[in-house]
Design a protein around this ligand. Structure first.
Ligand SMILES: *Cc1c(COP(=O)(O)O)cnc(C)c1O
Length: 226
């Protein structure tokens, strides 16, 4: 399958999920995750109409960003080491993995304009996953008002690799509820309109539960094994 064919399929599934949930497909942003694939494949994705790309490693990000530049919006979705912040901060549009104060401090220091950040939450509680515990999210975001170059645009999570739809739904619902709590605070530095959740195997469920940004790798640019 070409990327264009995959994209068409994903867009159809988005429309279905939105129908089910009474949502507008326009409110869903597809982030093409190119971490497994070559620069050529990432270029193909852009030519097929993918407007947002995501990378989780510094090297992959830098090489693809150099080639593709501002033909795409750039999302950094992986763990970000503080000492690497300066290498990418002026090349990215969104960071999805803000999960600690030291990182916020470094981002704040290395740029002179607000950076759109998602705060990563470890909803499932798996030890292998990064992110804040749900109960720490509110106090963490409150503290971020001390860093004028951090703008909290949303929350991000990775669901566990399970088939059980109820487990997935619970994870997504918990993140949605946390987001609503933050929005209710009305904090100027944290408007928090977005939810980054849902990947190749669970994006329809994530959309039904309120996702605004879905991060799709294997189903979009391959390789994908059923
Ligand atoms: C790899 C990755 C994805 C995409 O995973 P697929 O299952 O291939 O769609 C999404 N988000 C993050 C943070 C990732 O590391």
């Amino acid at each position: 399958m070409t990327v264009a064919e995959n994209l068409t399929q994903i867009q159809e599934n988005i429309i279905q999920a939105c129908d089910k949930a009474g949502r507008d497909p326009e409110d869903i942003t597809i982030i093409g995750v190119t971490k497994y694939v070559t620069i050529e494949k990432a270029v193909e994705a852009v030519h097929s109409g993918v407007r947002h790309l995501g990378e989780n490693r510094m090297e992959g990000f830098l090489e693809k960003q150099q080639e593709i530049g501002d033909q795409a919006k750039w999302h950094f979705i992986g763990t970000l080491q503080s000492r690497k912040v300066k290498d990418i901060i002026n090349k990215i549009d969104y960071i999805h993995s803000l999960d600690r104060k030291s990182l916020a401090k470094e981002i704040n220091k290395r740029t002179d304009k607000p950076v759109a950040c998602f705060v990563q939450v470890n909803v499932s509680g798996e030890e292998s996953k990064h992110g804040l515990q749900p109960e720490d999210v509110e106090s963490f975001i409150k503290v971020l008002q001390n860093y004028p170059n951090i703008r909290v645009v949303g929350l991000m999570t990775m669901a566990p690799q399970v088939e059980d739809e109820n487990i997935l739904r619970n994870v997504f619902r918990t993140l949605h509820k946390l987001k609503s709590n933050i929005q209710e605070k009305g904090w100027e530095h944290a408007p928090c309109p977005y939810l980054s959740m849902g990947m190749s195997n669970d994006y329809q469920i994530a959309i039904e539960e309120g996702a605004t940004h879905i991060r799709i790798g294997s189903r979009l640019v391959g390789p994908y094994e059923e």
